[in-house]
Design a protein around this ligand. Structure first.
Ligand SMILES: O=C(O)CCC(=O)C(=O)O
Length: 278
């Protein structure tokens, strides 16, 4: 398959969502161009770099490099509430509603400043080894979906994400040779939303372009699955109360686990774990 065959359609097409859902079912992923407006992309690029500095100051170079990651920025919303805005993008919400349901929660939001390194010198890390982001296979039941935003243009030279079409929901682990031979680079313009079934085998490409490659990955799951980070505790009640209702729900406000009978015996509208969360 040629990389351009992977381009799906623009979000201004009336049937972008239906097409995306077909592609996700058939090959595991879909690309939707124009999902994030240009001004938001520019601001995202600037803020990714500021957040990077804040995380470095907070956690330290040492601990970050020991984690064996390349330019991964976790829990960005704590360092800059601008990143909450991604939880209000209608196209992202439409994908979540149509796949993991309107009661789904955010599992993670990771920024990427994938550095450019001389060819052959990129270390082997988790990101650039083929993997699934959700490793439980539940008889075809879609439990987790990724919405990956290309903030930079994605090119082969700057390490566009590699995916293996049709490798989603497979109970047997494909061998490394198969994955390497069948992977396609997802080249696309900035602002494209790459949506994929989280059981799809994928990896980051290698960046030797001379410039950083910027992106943001979101993973949303059914609400009964534990998120990678407990966003409610990490961000605090005050922050959550200041957000729109839907963002609060996506961050796990209605699926909090109680810690006392006081919290347990609350009227239905005040319950920590509300009824009907899927
Ligand atoms: O950066 C990329 O292109 C992919 C990253 C990735 O696979 C991951 O973080 O799980």
């Amino acid at each position: 398959m040629k990389p351009e065959d992977t381009l799906l359609c623009c979000r201004t097409d009336a049937c972008w969502l239906a097409h995306a859902l077909d592609r996700i079912r058939d090959v595991g992923y879909a690309l939707v161009t124009g999902a994030v407006p240009q001004d938001m992309l520019i601001e995202t690029g600037n803020r990714l770099r500021i957040v990077h500095q804040r995380i470095l100051a907070d956690i330290g170079e040492d601990r970050l490099s020991r984690a064996g990651e390349l330019g991964v920025l976790r829990l960005m919303m704590k360092y800059d509430r601008f990143f909450m805005r991604y939880l209000e993008i209608p196209e992202i919400l439409a994908v979540v509603d149509a796949t993991v349901s309107p009661t789904a929660v955010l599992h993670l939001q990771n920024g990427f400043i994938l550095p450019s390194l001389p060819s052959g010198s990129t270390p082997e890390v988790f990101q650039n080894n083929f993997h699934m982001d959700f490793r439980r296979l539940l008889n075809g039941y879609l439990a987790s979906i990724n919405v990956f935003i290309a903030v930079s243009e994605f090119t082969v030279a700057n390490g566009s994400t590699l995916v293996v079409p049709g490798s989603q929901q497979k109970t047997e682990t494909p061998n490394r040779d198969y994955l390497t031979r069948n992977a396609v680079p997802l080249t696309c313009p900035p602002g494209t939303m790459i949506v994929f079934d989280s059981t799809l085998w994928h990896a980051s490409g290698r960046n030797a372009s001379g410039s950083d490659r910027l992106a943001i990955n979101h993973q949303f799951t059914r609400s009964w699955i534990k998120p990678q980070i407990d966003h409610v505790r990490a961000l605090g009640d005050g922050m959550l109360h200041s957000l729109p209702e839907r963002s609060r729900q996506l961050l796990g406000w209605y699926t909090r686990v109680v810690t006392s009978l006081e919290e347990y015996y609350q009227p239905p509208d005040k319950r920590f774990y509300r009824a009907g969360q899927g």
